[in-house]
Structure formats: C-alpha cells, structure tokens
Write a protein that binds this ligand. Structure first.
Ligand SMILES: Cc1ncc(COP(=O)(O)O)c(C=O)c1O
Length: 432
C-alpha cells in the first residue's frame, strides 16, 4: 500500500466556495474536519462499504453517513423500494399505511416500545421525548450524562459530547440559562452521582436520559450494573428512564441496547437506521405515557413531513434486510476483527490506546485508558488522532473526523476491507 498525497483539487474548490455561502462550509459542524485539521473531502457518490470523492478517490467508509448505512450505502433493495414509492409521491401529510408497517416493526423489535410517534430527526425525537417526560411526571428537572449527545435542542446543550467538544464549546451561546437550569449532569457510569442528584432534588426529577452505550464521546460501554442501577433509581424516585437509541437502535442488536443489556426503559428515542438513509426519528414507549401525545392526549408535538412515505419505505426495507439470520453475528465478527486489530497494531507500534466494540459500533482512544466517561476520553492525544486520521485518509480509509465519535461498520464490509484497513493502520501507526 502506498501513501500518496491525496489529489483533492476539486474538493478544495467546492469547499472554499461553500465557506462563502454556508457557515463553515457545511450543513452540520463535525463534517468540517475542525478537530483533525486539513480540509474535508467533498463526496460525489456512495455505494456499499465505499465512498467516492469529487476528485475520484475511493475510500472504505466507517462513518456510514453517521450511522444509518448499516446495510451499506444505497443498498439495491432499498433503492428499488424507494423508486417504487417515489412514483406514488414524496409526502402525503395524511395517514399512510407504511407508517403502520414501520411502527409494527419497531414495536416488535424494541422491548420498551408499545406505541411510537415518527418525527424527522434524532434531535426532534429527543426534544419531544423530553417534553413528554415532563408532561407525564409533572416535573421539570432531568438528568443527563456528561459527553452524551441528544441532538441540538437548547436544554440538551450542556456538556453535550462530540460536535460541541470538537469545537471546544463548553455550551453554546444563544442557549438561555433558564432553559438549561433544569438539566442536571452526572458523569457517565457514576451511579453515586445520580443518587446524589436524586437526593438533592427530591420529587423534582422527571427522568434520566442517556445513550445506553455512548457514541458521542467516542465509544464508551456501560459498566456492569450501571443500566440496572439507573432502572432501580428511577423506579425508586418515581422518575422515567429514557434510552436515546438514535445511534444504538438496530445497530448493537436488532432490539438496540435495551435488548443487548436486558434493561427496559420507559421511553426510547430512535433515528438513523430506522430511516434507512432518509431523514427520520421516532420516540416511543409505554402505552400509558404515549397516550399523553397529541391528538390522543394534551402534549403537543407535530411535523409536516413526519411519517412521509419515502422515509418509511427506506426504514421498512432496511429493517427487513437486518432480519436476515446471521446479520448481527457477521457484524460482530468483522467489527471485532477491526477493533482488536487496531488495538494490537497500536500496541506493537508503541502507542498508548484503548477501545472496543459491540456489534457494528466501535471506537478507540489514543490513551492508555480505561475510558469509562467523558473526562477519561478527554485524556486522549488529539493531535495524534488528527495525524492518524489524515494518514488513513491518504490510504483510502474514511474514519469519523473526531476522536470523540464512534465508528460504524455495515454488513457489506468484507474481511478484505478490514484487512486493508488494518494494513493501512499499521503503516500509519508505524510512522507516527
Ligand atoms: C445519540 C444521539 N441522539 C440524538 C442525535 C441527534 O440526531 P440528529 O442528528 O438526527 O438530529 C444523535 C446524532 O448523532 C445521536 O447520536
């Protein structure tokens, strides 16, 4: 494998034009490569496990459009289903039978979900579920965890992980203090801190929301007993437990983190995979809680494009593909090979590193570790990660452009793709 400086003339042209007409040249901040340095690559097309940039360079992709592409990009069956659906129109703004199909699939798959509401993004799902937590309990405070990201709504932008961390913004200007005053933060994996918050705020906490496996401070799994402990504490305190499974849903198991760890929350948010690459989100859970949502109940929430037939179609086909026996075993096998391989190579080449994977989600940090929370993750050598990222890019491997992001595989990544990735990593790490 030879590292040639990437030819990126067209990417540079397009990106510098973009910077004049869109803030930072992007439609979402982490895409701008701020934390790894260098200019971002402008994509031309995506297919299977690969992406091509506008200069014709090909990469093995471990971002998967930030999670949705678990069947690989533009899977032929998803594309065929979309073509068919497109003929009938793009948006109905009226009930559509496809919503029932996807709702049934989600309810069958995700242990906590008895009823579901579709929205258009993970952000929307999380901001709506927060309103529901408050409406149902009549309480205003919530607990979240440092380094967990639940979309960009005001009340979640406190110690919110990847994007914000990458830009070095502890909070965002424009978020009023009185909006986040009810957002209490605890370190992830710290049950004592959660207990303390409950005892300091008796009868005031609506619930806890968390990424059951963190992907937005890099990849951080829950310690043994952490999720069970949260389940107990919420029950003892009359509060709700909410798993934000926008990233983990249908990725670390078909039924998400709650299936994997056997802990059932009261409510769940979803996004990414259930839209098969189209904009989507969802929140759902216990029927008695979901009965609060308008028009069944008084908690208002709505959306012009919610449940549109294209997103529903892509989601249905994606979930059908994931139901094929052996899918999650294969995802686990190749992702384990990748994750273990990276750690071994780092060790052999003399770099402090730690990390892991669950099914098709992985991550590693340039620090000895172990990493149990965001503060630990911040000990990573970010400059080294930047050099590693660039070296991999130059060898045709597209990794998330931040140390604080998880990586994703798909079931169309092959053993050869992983071998090629590890060979690239060996070259880059040997030279760092
Ligand atoms: C766990 C989690 N929740 C919520 C969101 C927000 O989703 P979206 O970007 O679709 O608004 C994300 C996005 O990455 C996420 O990872």
């Amino acid at each position: 494998m030879v590292s040639t400086p990437l030819k990126t003339t067209k990417s540079e042209e397009i990106f510098s034009a973009a910077q004049k007409i869109m803030p930072g040249g992007v439609s979402s901040p982490v895409r701008a490569f701020k934390s790894v340095g260098g200019q971002p690559i402008v994509f031309d097309r995506v297919k299977g496990a690969y992406v091509w940039d506008v200069d014709g360079n090909q990469y093995i992709d471990y971002v998967g459009t930030w999670g949705p592409a678990i069947c690989g990009h533009a899977h032929p069956e998803v594309i065929a289903a979309l073509h068919e659906a497109l003929e009938k129109g793009t948006s109905f703004g009226a009930p559509c039978a496809l919503e029932n199909v996807l709702a049934e699939m989600v309810i069958d798959a995700v242990p906590s979900i008895e009823m579901v509401r579709f929205v258009n993004s993970g952000t929307e799902a999380c901001m709506s579920v927060l309103r529901l937590m408050r409406a149902f309990t009549g309480r205003e405070k919530i607990i979240k965890f440092e380094g967990c990201y639940h979309g960009h709504a005001d009340m979640f932008l406190v110690k919110a992980g990847s994007g914000v961390a990458t830009l070095g913004l502890p909070d965002s200007p424009g978020v009023p203090k009185n909006v986040t005053v009810n957002t209490l933060n605890a370190p992830y994996n710290d049950l004592e801190a959660v207990k303390k918050l409950f005892s300091e705020n008796p009868g005031q906490i609506a619930g806890i929301i968390l990424e059951a496996v963190v992907g937005n401070s890099g990849f951080i799994p829950p310690d043994a007993g952490f999720l069970e402990g949260l389940r107990m504490l919420t029950e003892e305190n009359g509060a709700l437990l909410v798993f934000d499974e926008v990233m983990t849903g249908f990725r670390i198991a078909y039924g998400g983190a709650q299936e994997k760890f056997g802990v059932t929350p009261d409510l769940t948010t979803l996004g990414k995979i259930i839209g098969g690459g189209l904009p989507v989100g969802a929140y759902g859970g216990r029927q008695d809680i979901m009965a609060m949502v308008a028009p069944a109940g008084p908690m208002y929430q709505a959306g012009t494009l919610s449940g549109n037939p294209l997103a529903m179609t892509a989601g249905i086909k994606t979930l059908e593909l994931l139901q094929k026996p052996g899918t999650y075993e294969y995802l686990d096998q190749i992702t384990k090979k990748l994750s273990n391989g990276l750690l071994e190579i780092a060790k052999e080449t003399g770099h402090a590193a730690c990390g892991g994977q669950i099914s098709a989600m992985f991550g590693f940090f340039f620090t000895e570790g172990p990493v149990h929370n965001y503060d630990h993750a911040k000990k990573s050598d970010l400059a080294k990660f930047g050099r590693f990222h660039r070296g991999m890019l130059e060898r045709g491997i597209y990794l998330a452009p931040s140390q604080f992001e998880a990586g994703f595989t798909s079931f169309v990544h092959t053993e050869e793709d992983i071998d090629q990735t590890l060979a690239a990593a060996r070259e880059v790490l040997s030279g760092l």
